[in-house]
Design a protein around this ligand. Structure first.
Ligand SMILES: Cc1ncc(COP(=O)(O)O)c(C=O)c1O
Length: 305
């Protein structure tokens, strides 16, 4: 039996249904998260990656959207652990918490409504090709500006912007889109942050470039600094700089670390996965599966031993 956490309790997934009059369904005023858990066969253990960090971001975003939940970060981590146990998950899995206004009322506003949280598990598999790398297109769609719909928050309505850019890229024969912000500088992918490598240095757009405050981005910054001893510059990145980069990769919970081998039909570096990207992937994929002791702090084990 597959369960979801819905309206304060665990229910069979078929019963986790919302009414078509639900306010957030109409206006995209929901805040969501994407979390991965990795199965380690040898340890017979499922590890949730950055559980606390995802729920901290969720609650921060909810606060900004006037969605006060009766749960702490600890409560939400515990509920997620229980959900994974109930669903007896023994493989890699994706977890989707979503907070929405459950009121059956129309009017797009954020006050005088009641927020509710639902959490369910999803078999995502690989989101993008992390081994061979992907071809991307700079989108004709610009990333939402902070003064229209903040990209900093994982707010459901903002993903119309992602969907437009991703669709344009797919229809043109590419795997993913890179969006520029309203000022014409590189922002991020439709569901990923971006890093460039130039002359041994890593470059990534800073938080002020109208991007999501990515949790994988933060982890990758630590790995670059501590493991690969690569210097990081956070600054505006022009579109033309993408074409002359030695390596490019995207980061995200779903996308993990995805190499970009081509941008707008220009090969990046030699047109295959770069050396720094490869080394970074190797450490990241071992760390998330509980294979590197110094990164155990990233993980929440699901099963009691
Ligand atoms: C637009 C966007 N940027 C970046 C990311 C990467 O964020 P994180 O590493 O926290 O998953 C995501 C995915 O959640 C996203 O949707």
């Amino acid at each position: 039996m597959e369960y979801a956490f819905f309206e304060g309790k665990f229910v069979p997934i078929e019963e986790a249904k919302i009414n078509i009059k639900t306010n957030s369904f109409h206006y995209g005023t929901a805040i969501f998260e994407g979390i991965r858990a990795y199965w380690n066969e040898e340890h017979q253990q499922l590890y949730i990656l950055f559980a606390r960090e995802h729920y901290q971001r969720l609650l921060r975003n909810c606060k900004a959207m006037f969605m006060e939940l009766p749960y702490s970060v600890e409560d939400l981590v515990n509920i997620t652990v229980e959900l994974l146990r109930k669903n007896q998950i023994k493989e890699d899995v994706y977890i989707r918490p979503i907070v929405y206004f459950k009121d059956l009322k129309l009017t797009p506003k954020l006050i005088d409504y009641t927020p509710e949280i639902a959490i369910y598990t999803y078999n995502f598999g690989r989101y993008l090709d992390t081994s061979k790398g992907i071809r991307v297109k700079v989108s004709s769609w610009r990333r939402n500006d902070d003064n229209s719909i903040p990209s900093r928050w994982k707010v459901a309505g903002a993903y119309v912007n992602s969907a437009l850019a991703k669709t344009e890229a797919l229809l043109a024969g590419y795997d993913e889109a890179i969006m520029l912000n309203q000022h014409g500088f590189v922002a991020e992918g439709s569901g990923e942050n971006i890093f460039l490598i130039r002359e041994g240095k890593a470059i990534t757009p800073s938080y002020s470039e109208h991007i999501l405050e990515g949790i994988t981005r933060s982890a990758v910054k630590k790995l670059l600094k501590n493991e690969l001893v690569v210097e990081i510059e956070e600054r505006p990145v022009a579109r033309s700089e993408l074409y002359v980069a030695d390596e490019i990769f995207l980061t995200g919970t779903a996308a993990e670390i995805t190499p970009v081998v081509e941008v707008d039909n220009r090969k990046i570096g030699g047109g295959d996965v770069g050396a720094i990207t490869k080394e970074l992937q190797d450490i990241y994929f071992r760390a998330v599966r509980g294979m590197i002791e110094r990164y155990f702090g990233w993980l929440t084990p699901v099963y009691e031993k």
